[in-house]
Design a protein around this ligand. Sequence first.
Ligand SMILES: C[S@@+](CC[C@H](N)C(=O)[O-])C[C@H]1O[C@@H](n2cnc3c(N)ncnc32)[C@H](O)[C@@H]1O
Ligand SMILES: [Zn+2]
Length: 401
Amino acid sequence: MVKNRTIFTGDNLPIMRGMADETVDLIYLDPPFNSNKYYEAPIGSKAEGASFKDVWRLTDTDLAWWGEIADVQPKLYTVIEAIGAAGGGSNMSYSIYMATRLLEMHRILKNTGSIYYHCDPTMSHSVKLMMDTIFGGNSFRNEIVWCYTGPGSPGMRQFNRKHDIILWYSKGAKWAFNSDDVRIPYKGGKPHVGGYGMDKDDVEEYGKKGKVPETWWEMRIAPRSTKEYTGYPTQKPLELLRRIVRASSNEGDMVLDPFCGCATACVAAEDEGREWIGIDVSELAFNIVKERLHKPREEGGIGSLFANAVIHLDKPPKDKNVKRSRDIKHTLYGQQEGKCNGCLMHFQFRNLEVDHIIPASKGGSEDDSNKQLLCGACNRKKGPNDMPYLVAQLRREGLRQ
Ligand SMILES: C[S@@+](CC[C@H](N)C(=O)[O-])C[C@H]1O[C@@H](n2cnc3c(N)ncnc32)[C@H](O)[C@@H]1O
Ligand SMILES: [Zn+2]
């Protein structure tokens, strides 16, 4: 089991694939948005050197993963096809990337757990379709609109886009919602008499307790002027993550952020007494989270004593109890990027066959290292022979250079 306060550096897919089933209570993810931009942290900021690409193009590798999705969840394959029909190749590429990862998130989430997917109107409609498919439409809890303000540009030809979308799904029919931990003051101090069937005493009581927030949240972004600003591109405000953590998890619960950036969700989880795991391809996450945990509150940190306890790993975990939704064929399909090892052509998952590289009749072992994927035609051509034989055969037929 992955320990509390772990930061992984690396692609979150193999890392999540090494994590055990049903071990996480809350997942918050704020992945790239398909914004068609390159993000870089300002020079001189704590996060200098951080950058990530948010530009998507449909490649052969995407198509290989798409084929794999078809095998695991045929409906999801069709949904992605529809997303591509409506939005084109870049939307499809993004969706394939995210769907593959959402399937793992679904597996590692506990049955009482929740997932919050932070995105914006560029992809939120597509993401919602995918989440309906993976988590089920009945598990959709809220669409939260995070509203902020910011400058427009002169000569605008549309309204100033200043909100993000956060999609909340539970995994099952039971989920945590700690309404009393997230109450905010009523406008004007108390609710209207008669509103929601309240009598005078209720108005008094709820005036003190405050209200459960609506699904639109007005919160400041984490700009340069605030102490919590790290310079990390797309840093989210602590206040936002605190509200999510409080509402949808309990003390001691495990929170995972698989695209953690400067680890805002991890800092919020620590401060709210939750356990946490963060993953990012950028090496900066580890140092930034330590610094943010360590720094006193006056300087924008949380003054935690556990800053030095943070564990840094760069290899996927090897948890027991990982549902083998993936067998050797899936692994090979990923490694070969969906191509036949003979003719090197691209095939859908179902059209490839597992072959012994050195045939059993010639002493080849049953070990996974002696296995590869061939298309049906190549597999028949190879028969009980070895690879040099197949390659020679394909060359003769002009099917390989
Ligand atoms: C929008 S930012 C997250 C910002 C974060 N919520 C915060 O408050 O700092 C997205 C992050 O995802 C990371 N990322 C992109 N693809 C990834 C992958 N496959 N695995 C892990 N991290 C990834 C990027 O490096 C980037 O830090
Ligand atoms: Zn072939």
